[in-house]
Design a protein around this ligand. Structure first.
Ligand code: ZN
Length: 255
């Protein structure tokens, strides 16, 4: 079974299109949330991703942009984008976002020899919490009972792994800063993982290319990918929509 794992699309249709073109042969699409907010194509993104997603966990931006909670904890840029998004979203898409389940979710196993997996947006212990370092990863790695927990939220591709006293940071090492690249992580028996596929629509690890991962439950591996996309077109849409200029600039900077 091959699962395409996506997170943090953030209304970036150009990035999502490039990812779907690059991702070959998957059986399930696991969507870790934050499909909207920041980017200028929230409805277009939802129209593409809704019918494709096998499982979707809501993100904090999905929650705020659909009016379930206030923008109080957002910085001024995120708040302006959330307000714009809420007004731009169709009634149907707003309603769909409101009904999304809060993580963590556990996809059904396809066979008994598959390891168990959990999906969450932020930390599996708190959807708003960021897992940025080993200290943040400690409690979830101790408490999760599944071998792999896929998370998003930080917009940083990679993750953390632990087995007994062995703690490791997972960081894809790419051969090139250009073009399509991939990096394979072999899932070791008995190891516990927190894996972030990276952000499709607004990477923050200083690599502007759209990020995603493919999990292969038979090959016991996670393949991280980066793909270039039409960033100029995405930026133009952000500016045309009257969204904060910073949201266009950061796409090229990857931060
Ligand atoms: Zn996000």
């Amino acid at each position: 079974m091959r699962a395409l794992v996506l997170s943090d699309i953030h209304g970036n249709l150009e990035a999502l299109t490039a990812v779907l073109d690059a991702a070959d042969q998957w059986d399930a699409l696991w969507n870790l949330g934050d499909m909207v907010g920041y980017g200028a194509s929230p409805n277009e993104v939802l129209e593409v991703v809704r019918p494709l997603a096998t499982l979707t966990v809501r993100g904090n931006h999905d929650r705020v942009c659909s009016g379930l909670t206030s923008t109080r904890n957002f910085n001024p840029t995120a708040r302006a984008a959330a307000k714009w998004t809420m007004e731009a979203l169709s009634a149907e898409n707003l309603e769909w976002l409101r009904t999304l389940p809060q993580g963590p979710l556990e996809p059904e196993q396809n066979s008994a020899d598959e390891v168990r997996v959990t999906l969450a947006h932020g930390s599996p212990l708190n959807e708003d919490r960021y897992i940025q370092n080993m200290r943040d990863a400690w409690a979830p790695l101790q408490q999760m009972t599944t071998a792999i927990t896929f998370v998003g939220h930080t917009h940083i591709q990679g993750g953390f792994a632990q087995k007994d006293h062995d703690w490791q940071e997972v960081r894809p090492r790419y051969a090139s800063r250009q073009g399509c690249v991939s990096w394979t992580l072999a899932i070791a028996p008995g190891m516990r993982y927190l894996i972030n596929p990276g952000a499709v629509g607004q990477p923050r690890d200083f690599d502007w290319r759209a990020a995603f991962a493919i999990y292969d439950s038979t090959a016991h591996e996670v393949v991280f990918h980066r793909v270039p996309y039409d960033v100029a077109a995405a930026q133009e849409r952000v500016l045309k929509a009257g969204l904060p200029e910073r949201l266009a600039a950061r796409l090229r900077e990857g931060r």
